[in-house]
Design a protein around this ligand. Structure first.
Ligand code: CTP
Length: 695
């Protein structure tokens, strides 16, 4: 994600400047180009030589190069960069940046910066909480900068508190997140309502509620970061929204929110209604401040419009509507009633009975209810909850388009005709919804994707099975599954099919939360599940092509090999090179090893020349298979430990016994000898060839 990105790293004079070295290293490791700019006092804490060595570029500190007299152009840096990070940022630099005090190259570079700026403050806890620092941070946020809050912990002063610069790997993660803007919601427009509404009693008083708006703002940010255009209609909150794709409409009362939402909704694909709208407003709003009377006072209230219900009435067939329910008792029952009453597609229930959920806090614990069922989520940050909700919304559109465009959808997945199953019977008593979702997501991932640029006719697709069995699962989403992968080829001119590949992967460890998207980026493998599945898909396609033409599957087998090579640090034993002769890595590594070329040639002889001609010309077909077995023998002798040779004899045993039971005793003798060498554990099967007298 940071590959090729140009980053200006501003380093200021703080003890935490030493962390800049690691930050540069991590950025460079991610493929970014880093230009370091230091303040004069930063040089007291870390040498420019360290940072220039790590970044591979001279560090800039002064307005002019003291040797050549050349001007160090902050203007050019401002245009060159894709992002600027100021880390660590001292209180003094924050003040200068906020106030535009341009007395060093770092601040002039900041003032000339056209790219987004990330600021990671570092200072003592009292300095960090001082009102002037707090104000400067707010000003900088208000300018649209991304402030990476300092963390809590032991400080240079040995005091404990908030002020430690965020760890470099977390800063890099923030940057990656920023640049990983998905585009899957591009072209969509989403309306979000957020915050409370204030209903005026008189010029200085109102009826309102405690909503902070955090949930709605996180949803708006999430939609925008996935490429959608967002209209955020917000009640009075003290939050900023940073993303340029968010159009913010500030309102105060429920009626203003209603007007804004009704005006925007017709051009939107969906609305997420997270606002805590006041159901009632004072029937009369005094124009002057109301005076205290000696007796009690009665405030007459009248009903506000129900925005969700009004949108539910005008919703078209292509639009989706998501509501929230904040309940103090009978949560699910009340939420389902609201779903129906307001014509919502799903409703997000947060119960005030749950600790850490609801108004004000940064976390939330939600249950999503649809007409079909419910999904409960653990306590998460509101940002994470927003991801879950938006993903759920996005899936509604995916399903809609799949239903609407069945032809295009099926044309997408061309190579495989895969039966995908996930058996979770070993892990009883856990959330079964997550297994259903994972099975669906896997099916979609495997079958609705184009894995090659080749065209496959319906009848040419590869029949295969991906059968997962869940060995263990825990509620945080960690899975350990086994996977049986099998593919087969129809034999020409017959109704018989022959297994081309079959293997049981005993343990795949991965993490999956309900509604996670299964993503696979071949150049950046960071999800073990999709890496493993893509690996087997390329292996199946490649082996299938090896059966169609001699060494025909190289392109795809090499892709499987690449995945195995690039997955070494995914921490899954199945990828580990040199640790076993029968894990994923060694299967493909052996198969593509030059010494094993005979076995690849065997795949062609055996399946295409042998099996295909078997029914046309028995002797001819058998001859090819015999030659195939001889190739297998050669591969075995050249690389005796290669597991695939043995594996092949295992899943082909019945077929081989059947074929050779019908051949001459000379043929039997050589074939049985070879097979017994390759796989002695099946000798009783091979003996059947000799014993069966079908010739
Ligand atoms: N909502 C709305 N307009 C209103 C009231 C609620 O758009 N005037 C929306 C909220 O944004 C939320 C959903 O309707 O998405 C449910 O809000 P809630 O206040 O829980 O429901 P009410 O219908 O007001 O029911 P009650 O207050 O009686 O629980």
């Amino acid at each position: 994600m940071l590959e090729g990105k140009k980053i200006v790293l501003g380093v200021t004079g703080s003890i935490a400047a030493y962390k800049a070295a690691l930050l540069v290293r991590l950025l460079v490791k991610e493929g970014a180009e880093v230009q370091v700019v230091m303040t004069p006092s930063a040089k007291e804490f870390i040498t420019p030589l360290t940072l220039s060595t790590l970044s591979g570029r001279p560090v800039l500190c002064d307005f002019f190069n003291s040797g050549s007299g050349a001007w160090n152009s902050h203007v050019e840096l401002g245009l060159w960069a894709d992002a600027m990070i100021v880390a660590p940022a001292t209180a003094s630099t924050l003040g200068k940046m906020a106030g535009g005090v341009a007395d060093n190259l770092l601040v002039t570079t900041y003032l000339s910066m056209k790219a987004p700026v990330f600021i990671a403050p570092a200072m003592d806890l009292d300095m960090y909480s001082h009102p002037s620092t707090v104000r400067n941070v707010e000003i900088l946020k208000g300018f649209g900068n991304h402030v990476i809050e300092a963390a809590e912990g032991e400080l240079a002063s040995h005091l404990n508190g908030k002020g430690r610069m965020e760890e470099p790997h977390n800063i890099v993660a923030r940057l990656k997140e920023f640049f990983s803007v998905g585009e899957d919601m591009k072209g969509m427009k989403i309306l979000v309502t957020a915050g409370p509404t204030y209903e005026k009693i008189d010029p200085v008083r109102f009826v309102g509620n405690y909503s902070s708006g955090k949930m709605g703002f996180s949803i708006a940010e999430e939609c925008a970061s996935r490429g959608a255009d967002v209209v955020l209609v917000s009640g009075p909150v003290s939050l900023d929204c940073k993303h340029p794709a968010i159009k913010r409409v500030d309102v105060e009362s429920a009626r203003e929110m209603y007007d804004a939402a009704m005006a925007e909704f017709p051009s939107c694909d969906a609305a997420v209604l997270s606002a805590a709208v006041a159901d009632y407003r004072p029937a009369v709003q005094a124009t002057e401040k109301m005076k205290r009377n000696s007796g009690a006072m009665t405030l007459e209230l009248e009903a506000n419009p129900d925005i969700a219900a009004a949108l539910g009435k005008v919703k078209t067939g292509r639009q989706r509507l998501v509501g929230f329910a904040l309940e103090t008792c009978n949560g699910e029952e009340n939420a389902i009633a609201k779903l129906e009453k307001k014509n919502l597609d799903f409703i997000v229930l947060n119960s005030l009975e749950d600790k850490g959920a609801g108004f004000g806090c940064d976390t939330n614990k939600v249950t999503i209810l649809t007409r079909e069922g419910k999904s409960e989520y653990p306590l998460k940050s509101k940002k994470e909850v927003a991801k879950d909700i938006v993903q759920r919304l996005f899936r509604l559109f995916v399903l809609f388009f799949l239903l609407l465009l069945p032809l295009q959808a099926s044309a997408d997945g061309e190579e495989l005709k895969a039966v995908v199953s996930l058996n979770a019977s070993k892990v009883q008593g856990t959330n079964s919804e997550v297994f259903k979702q994972l099975e669906e997501a896997l099916d979609e991932f495997i079958n609705n994707r184009k894995w090659t640029s080749n065209t496959y006719e319906e009848v040419e697709r590869i029949d295969c099975n991906f059968s997962f069995v869940v060995n263990s699962y825990s509620n945080d989403g960690s899975f350990d599954c086994s996977l049986m992968v099998q593919s087969s080829r129809p034999i020409f001119g017959s109704s018989y099919s022959s297994t081309a590949f079959k293997y049981e992967d005993k343990s795949i460890k991965f993490s999956y939360q309900q509604f996670d998207r299964l993503e696979f980026i071949e150049e950046n493998l960071d999800n073990n599940l999709t890496a493993v599945v893509a690996f087997y898909i390329y292996l199946i396609i490649g082996m299938d092509m090896d059966t169609m033409g001699e060494l025909g599957g190289s392109e795809f087998l090499n892709r499987a090999l690449n995945i195995a090579n690039n997955s070494q640090n995914l921490g899954d034993a199945g990828w580990k090179a040199g640790s076993s002769n029968n894990n994923r890595y060694s299967i493909i590594d052996d198969y593509m090893n030059g010494a094993m070329e005979p076995i690849r040639k065997m795949m062609y002889k055996y399946h295409r020349l042998g099996l295909d001609t078997m029914f046309k010309d028995a002797a001819g077909g058998r001859k090819e298979i015999t030659e195939g077995v001889a190739l297998m023998k050669k591969a075995y002798e050249d690389r005796p430990l290669a597991y695939f040779t043995k594996l092949f004899t295992e899943y082909k045993v019945d077929e081989i016994v059947n074929i050779y039971s019908k051949c001459t005793s000379d043929e039997k003798k050589s074939v049985v000898e070879t097979l017994s060498n390759i796989n002695p554990s099946l000798s009783s099967e091979w003996d059947k060839i000799t014993k069966n007298n079908n010739y």
